[in-house]
Design a binder for this molecule. Structure first.
Ligand SMILES: [Zn+2]
Length: 409
């Protein structure tokens, strides 16, 4: 009888959590990683996948997305993206609040083939509308947020608050205080969205604890981490060195090559690379996690460093040692990538272009040992129209493999 249900053979394994790199076979049994070994005999696995010439990594964890589709402004259906990108775990960043969480759990999270964890929005309705979820403090119910998380441990992994000026106006830091109060009570982190000041980024980061994260961290807006000369703000450096997590959350407004280059030049790569994938980002220039990871390859980071920031690092932030690794015993989420060498163009949210020589292209995606089947792309929401930048990038053909423009001619 075969020892393994599936063997992924002949690929170059990169597993930053265990420091493993080399040409190895991965054996899977009962939905778990059973072995990572130089060779699995052909008759020792019921099924085989030939990964020769490809990279084999843990299934990716996208630490900031919006996948509450059908009921919120931003939400996309994640499965039509997962199978062609290697993402096996999505972390929804506050699409649901306490009153809209049960429908998200029952109608989106549970039916999905890929895994969904979520930050609960401190605003009870979450991101049902595009903006203004914090407009009335009546809707920032700390006690209800706490009770919802306590009743849904395992799904809910923290509290989300958007601290940009249009979101918090006129309440200043009060939404952050409430999010921190709820998170503290349940022993979980807060994720803070940065955008336009006020409040000042210094006032926000000074209040964050180790494990709390800032997202859209490399934005080019007034809440950016660097000053006008590109030097990291001292208060931001202090909070980061204290254990605050710095998350990319690319999105449609949250990623600037100029900020990224300034911070990388100061030896400050991000802790986590994520997409903030949503209705406005899934058609570029963010596109998907392999694309955002490839932007950091273009900026000079190496493959192992980039893979670590989409596997081991988010798993650690989630406190999950069974995800984001190929360690025997872990859940058998595995991604297979080609590294396409050639000329590749990438854009930030302002349309700044950088050229790179390599791009990650997903070849196969396995969730708990089962390969995700090909799915047609989901149509955009009725309220979505492509931006000028999206038209430009698509017309130039600078899109991921397998991506299809959904808006018609
Ligand atoms: Zn977001």
């Amino acid at each position: 009888m075969a020892t393994y249900d599936l063997a992924i053979r002949g690929g170059e394994v990169i597993d930053p959590a265990t420091g493993t790199r080399g040409r190895l076979d991965v054996g899977i049994r009962d939905g778990r990683i059973a072995a990572v070994t130089p060779s699995i005999a052909p008759d020792d696995a019921r099924e085989s996948f030939d990964a020769t010439g490809h990279l084999v990594t843990p299934g990716l964890i996208d630490y900031h997305v919006h996948v509450y589709h059908g009921a919120t402004y931003w939400g996309i259906d994640p499965d039509p993206v997962a199978w062609r990108t290697g993402v096996t775990t999505w972390v929804d960043a506050g699409s649901a609040g306490a009153t809209t969480w049960p429908a998200f759990r029952d109608w989106c999270v549970r039916p999905a083939r890929s895994r969904i964890l979520a930050f609960l929005n401190i605003a009870t309705a979450g991101l049902a509308s595009a903006t203004h979820e914090l407009a009335s403090l009546d809707n920032l119910d700390v006690d209800l947020c706490i009770r919802t998380i306590e009743a849904n441990r395992g799904h809910l992994i923290g509290v989300k608050v958007r601290m940009g000026s249009p979101d918090v106006n006129p309440h200043g830091l009060e939404p952050l205080h409430r999010a921190l109060g709820a998170a503290q009570a349940v022993g979980l982190p807060v994720m803070v969205h940065l955008g336009a000041a006020p409040p000042a980024i210094e006032e926000i980061v000074a209040r964050l604890r180790p494990g709390d994260s800032i997202t859209h961290a490399f934005n080019g807006n007034t809440m950016r981490m660097v000053d006008d000369h590109g030097t990291i703000r001292p208060e931001v450096a202090r909070a980061w060195d204290r254990g605050m997590i710095v998350d990319i959350g690319h999105g449609a407004g949250g990623f600037s090559f100029l900020t990224a280059e300034a911070l990388l030049a100061q030896g400050r790569p991000p802790d986590i690379i994520s997409t903030d994938l949503h209705q406005l980002a899934v058609n570029g220039p963010a596109f998907d996690l392999p694309t955002v990871m490839s932007k950091f390859l273009a900026l000079g980071m190496d493959v192992e460093a980039v893979v670590a920031r989409a596997t081991a690092a988010p798993a650690k932030a989630l406190g999950r040692d069974d995800l984001g690794t190929l360690r025997p015993g872990a859940i058998a989420d595995v991604a297979v990538f080609a590294l396409d060498h050639g000329d590749h163009a990438f854009y930030d949210v302002r349309g700044n272009r950088r050229d790179g020589t390599a791009r990650l292209r997903n070849v196969a995606t396995f969730v708990a040992g089962s390969r995700l089947p090909e799915m047609a792309p989901a149509p955009p929401a009725l309220w979505m129209a492509p931006s000028e930048l999206q038209r430009l990038v698509a017309a130039a053909g600078h899109v991921p493999a397998g991506y299809r423009w959904p808006f018609g001619a």
